[in-house]
Write a protein that binds this ligand. Structure first.
Ligand code: VG1
Ligand code: CO
Length: 559
């Protein structure tokens, strides 16, 4: 097979964010060699000596353009000296399964074709994510290097004649010109190796008893027509005995059936509705690539992701894996509620507060300092891989239910009784004018880093909040001492409440402003979240002048 070098012109906008490069499908289709350029930069960023003959894992969430892109990945990997590609059957593999495979096959890295929870289809989004040899999202040094190469790229190499059969399991070999060794593609059953990983973490016999034994509970799991369908069918139904009808939307669709594969109360409303009548004891949904999860209790009672993390932490020894490894540390991203902090304190386990994005957790895990972590954005996971893991989180909850034999609701309420409750909400303002958003953040930083800001009191009705500390969050990695700055504006009040302002790093057009509100109550734990947080929300809007400055009258979404 012929290896071609093709001349190209660089795109200055290919800066990868924490979720890789995410763009409208039209951008990938319409701009000449847009995908090729980015992939070349990914391959070029791997040192030539490391790249020759190495193994790379490729998966995707099955969205529109996945198949086309997969062919390009294979042709370019071959031309760039990769020796072996591990590919999910039909080019489909969840993000956690890719992380698992990178580690299992000792690959140089992984490529995931996904735009996560973003909509799919010809009018939707597509994306390319690059993971490092530890199986986790690439560190900033790597993504910066990719971006630098992107900006000056003049050519890429490709084997245009290479045709791979994505539908047949097993090994396919290709002889390239000027190469001694054939290039091999291994189509693997990624569900099987991922299932095997979970078998070694959880007590499958106990879970099987829970889902299909005499006193079984009923579950409802929505794969949202994303990548998770085959995984939940195989693991929850075939292996753990849940009835077939307990899993829905299990066929991966290119447009996710027109719905957004975003597991929250807004986009997984069908699931919430189907749980209203109390038929199911636990409900769960995933995002397109299977790393995010939402947990619901009977009647659709919502467990916030921050509470989910704290509850798993408090019940961590219901999971056999942690009985063996012990617990090295807990972590949460900075905007995630401080609920898990209370568990860490009570159990005297180290707690890390990191910037948003999973890569910071990966570093701590590699150093043996972290066992369980999570983000408010519907992500939880352990150190078995280096990505958040949706199905792992569901099995973690099932393990807790199997051990405690209580309802989801009672477990959460007991948790609040013991540790107090962090009321938590997030306001998103989408598609805000970029300049307006940046100016808002700059002015806000000036305001709240001024010396006079600390000690100020804000009152709404008879609630008074006094500022204890305010800053622009910065993180020093305890393992390699790298400093990451500018990670969100924080206002911390004397009673432990927090308001955080942050610009999304994964957005497409314009800016998305996120406002996170976290408030701790020791006694008053059974109130409505939005009612409880209303005074802080008012203060958050007042301080930032958010509505005046963005011309909005309310958030685009509340989670
Ligand atoms: C969002 C979430 C963040 C998450 C990231 C990738 O980032 O807030 O917690 O790690 O998406 O998730 P941002 O910068 O838009 O707030 V995924 O499922 O897309 O890999
Ligand atoms: Co995702």
């Amino acid at each position: 097979l012929q290896v071609l070098t093709v001349a190209t012109a660089p795109y200055p906008d290919q800066r990868p964010c924490s979720g890789g490069l995410r763009r409208r499908v039209g951008v990938f289709q319409g701009r000449r060699h847009y995908l090729h350029n980015f992939l070349q930069s990914v391959f070029s960023c791997i040192d030539l000596r490391d790249r020759q003959g190495c193994t790379v894992v490729v998966g995707g969430d099955g969205r529109f353009f996945n198949r086309t892109a997969m062919e390009v990945v294979v042709q370019m990997a071959a031309a760039n000296g990769v020796g072996r590609l591990i590919v999910g059957c039909h080019g489909i593999m969840s993000t956690p399964a890719v992380s698992c495979a990178v580690r299992k096959y000792k690959a140089m890295g992984g490529i995931v074709l996904t735009a996560s929870h973003r909509p799919g289809g010809p009018q939707g989004d597509f994306g390319v994510k690059f993971n490092s040899a530890n199986g986790g999202p690439a560190q900033e040094g790597v993504t910066n290097k990719i971006y630098q190469i992107c900006r000056t790229l003049e050519e890429f190499t490709i084997c245009p004649g290479l045709r791979v059969d994505l539908g047949t399991l097993g090994r396919q070999e290709f002889d390239l010109e000027n190469k001694f060794k054939p290039f091999t593609v291994e189509m693997v059953d990624s569900v099987e190796s991922y299932a095997n990983l979970l078998r070694n973490i959880f007590d499958f016999a106990a879970l099987k008893e829970l889902l299909s034994g005499e006193h079984r509970i009923r579950i409802r799991v929505d794969a949202m027509s994303g990548v998770m369908g085959p995984y939940v069918r195989r693991i929850l139904c075939e292996e753990l005995g849940a009835p077939a009808k307990s899993v829905v939307n299990c066929v991966p669709l290119e447009d996710f059936g027109g719905r957004r594969p975003d597991p929250n109360l807004t986009y997984a409303a069908d699931l919430v509705d189907s749980m209203q009548d109390g038929r199911y004891d636990l409900g769960a949904a995933f995002d397109g690539d299977g790393d995010r999860n939402m947990i619901l209790g009977r009647h659709g009672v919502f467990v916030t992701p921050s509470d989910s993390l704290a509850v798993i932490a408090a019940n961590i020894f219901c999971i056999p894996y942690f009985q063996h490894t012990g617990v090295r540390g807990f972590a949460r991203s900075m905007p995630t509620s401080a609920a898990v902090d209370k568990v860490a304190k009570a159990t005297k386990i180290d707690l890390y507060e990191t910037p948003v994005g999973w890569r910071f957790f990966g570093n701590l895990m590699d150093a043996g300092r972290l066992s369980l972590c999570g983000e408010e954005s519907f992500g939880t996971g352990g150190d078995h891989i280096r990505e958040k893991d949706g199905l792992w989180s569901v099995l973690a909850w099932l393990s807790i239910l199997a051990t405690r034999r209580q309802s989801v609701d009672d477990i959460v309420k007991d948790h609040w009784r013991k540790y107090g409750r962090n009321y938590y909400t997030r306001y998103d303002y989408k598609d805000v004018d970029l300049d307006a958003a940046c100016e808002l953040m700059e002015d806000l930083e000036m305001l709240l880093t001024d010396k006079s800001f600390v000690g100020q009191r804000f009152a709404v009705a008879d609630n008074i909040y006094q500022v204890e500390q305010a800053d622009n969050f910065e993180y020093t990695d305890p393992v390699d001492s790298t400093i990451t700055r500018n990670q969100g504006l924080r206002i911390m009040f004397t009673n432990g409440s927090r308001i955080i302002y942050r610009l999304s790093g994964t957005g497409g057009v314009g800016a998305t402003i996120r406002v996170y509100i976290d408030s701790y109550e020791k006694e008053d734990i059974f109130q409505d979240t939005q009612v409880m947080l209303a005074p802080l929300a008012t203060i958050a809007l007042k301080i930032s002048q958010l509505h005046v400055r963005t011309g909005r009258s309310g958030p685009s979404m509340i989670t």
